[in-house]
Design a binder for this molecule. Structure first.
Ligand code: GDG
Length: 456
């Protein structure tokens, strides 16, 4: 296949040498293959350009499209982040369905489809990233585009019985079927997708192969995203980030790293840590929870609410359990530089990755990659993180059950070196075998746009 690879994502990297797993993987892939990366301009503008604008050229080209402030409000903050995000994370109760949101979302997707229909050459392959663009292929097919088009959903696929909460529920299967390959993070996501089609009366949807709907065929593909495992291990080994923590030697460090988002289960995690402290006997180690939680999407109300709940919970636990010379929860609501973060992971005795729902969760993989294999820390991982499918050697917990998390903490904090090593070795193998390069190859092979050698 000789066509160009065209990647579409909500954001495009702005640096010449980007950082962050997904961005680096796509950057490397496009650099090798040649191609184009298209995304929204960093800031909305009241005077938008009509078409794509070239923002960088080189081994591949980066193009931006403008959003008006109103589109940003309805398409991005509105439909994508106040309707789809909560629904897909099993929080239909947090959906904020407002007039104009769906129109904004469909309008941006239809406008992009029009631009792409003019832009695509017949053998180009289009790879669309994430929930901001679910209807894009459906729109492109209506315009007669027959190119191979793939989609990757970074967040969970919704539960079929929740989907009717979406006013556009009836067309969701058509959006999905516009793609040739619909990639999701886990086998459980594939199952939920197939069940949705089955409930919509599509025969054969529960089988293994492609699903047929109104003359189209879509292949659901479980394609768990990975990280640059070896690169991350090196960064962590060199980082001085862990040296910044001053703690008495007998005290253990428990680490949490998450965008401040209600799906990440932070309040429940703090409650689990509080339950550990309450049940702690004299023999159980003293532990400090360091939680890094950079804010995101602060313009959406539900994010203000989670921030307030977390402030309250932190104050309550520290007030109850703190001592003159010890603060049990250290909570930092700012981003930490990437290199420092890698060092903190390596320094931590335990990581708590306990989302209520999460497509994959890269923090779990970064923590494993960052460990010193001779003396590794222990991963506590929620059953509801996509990563749990690939990482069964973590201590798997139910984030809704504070006692379960407290017991896992106790077990993690007192685990023998031999057990820590053997669990870590298995986890490292999973993270390294199925790294970010593996993910790109697996997806593009399924889409038929490249051979393994081309993207290796
Ligand atoms: C979506 C899906 C899926 C966090 N705090 C800081 C910081 N981070 C970095 C982490 C990690 C990334 O942000 C977070 O990635 P996650 O995978 O945990 O979560 P989402 O942002 O929700 O991502 C998720 C992912 O897409 C990929 O498909 O795994 O399920 O929700 O890399 O290290 N980085 C720095 N400072 C911080 O304070 N530098």
């Amino acid at each position: 296949m000789t066509g160009r690879l065209i990647v579409l994502s909500n954001r495009i990297p702005t640096e010449a040498q980007p950082s962050g797993g997904l961005v680096v993987a796509l950057h490397d892939c496009l650099t090798q293959r040649g191609g184009i990366w298209i995304g929204a301009a960093a800031e909305p503008t009241a005077t938008p350009d009509e078409g794509f604008r070239t923002v960088a050229t080189g081994a591949y080209t980066r193009l931006a499209f403008d959003l008006t402030p109103q589109e940003f409000e309805t398409y991005y903050l509105g439909y994508a982040n106040s309707v789809l995000w909560p629904l897909f994370h099993r929080r239909a109760d947090l959906m904020d369905v407002q007039p104009g949101f769906a129109e904004g979302y469909l309008g941006v997707n239809a406008r992009l489809a029009g631009l792409l229909a003019d832009f695509l050459r017949p053998d180009d392959v289009l790879w669309v990233q994430d929930y901001h663009f679910l209807p894009l292929a459906h729109e492109l097919r209506r315009l007669g585009v027959t190119n191979r088009i793939g989609f990757f959903l970074h967040i969970p696929f919704p539960v079929a019985t929740d989907v009717p909460a979406l006013p556009e529920a009836a067309v969701l299967p058509d959006w999905v079927a516009g793609y040739d390959v619909f990639g999701v993070q886990t086998r459980a996501d594939v199952e939920r997708l197939r069940i949705l089609f089955d409930r919509n009366g599509v025969s054969g949807a529960l089988g293994d192969g492609p699903i047929r709907l109104r003359g189209r065929e879509v292949l659901p593909l479980a394609c768990p995203i990975g990280i640059d495992a070896k690169g991350y291990r090196e960064t962590a080994a060199k980082s001085a980030g862990g040296d910044r923590i001053a703690m008495p030697p007998q005290q253990k460090l428990v680490l949490g790293v998450d965008r401040l988002d209600y799906s990440k289960g932070l309040v429940q995690r703090f409650a689990g840590f509080g339950a550990y402290l309450s049940a702690r006997s004299g023999d159980d180690p003293q532990a400090t929870l360091l939680q890094i939680a950079p804010p995101s999407r602060e313009d959406v109300d539900a994010y203000q609410d989670i921030r307030m709940q977390l402030d309250l919970t932190t104050g309550s636990i520290n007030g109850e359990h703190g001592e003159i010379d010890w603060t049990p929860i250290r909570y930092i609501r700012r981003p930490v530089p990437r290199d420092d973060l890698a060092g903190l992971y390596r320094r931590a005795d335990v990581a708590m990755v306990t989302p209520l729902a999460d497509g994959m969760n890269l923090v779990a993989k970064e923590f494993v990659a960052a460990q010193d294999p001779a003396n590794p820390g222990v991963l506590i991982l929620s059953h509801f993180a996509g990563a749990a499918e690939q990482m069964p050697q973590a201590l798997i917990v139910n984030p809704y059950d504070a006692q379960d998390m407290a017991q896992a903490l106790r077990r993690a904090l007192t685990m023998t070196l031999a057990e820590r090593r053997s669990r870590h070795a298995a986890l490292w193998k999973a993270v390294d075998d199925e790294d970010i390069g593996w993910w790109t190859r697996r997806f593009l092979n399924a889409l038929g746009g490249a051979t393994v050698a081309e993207v290796a």
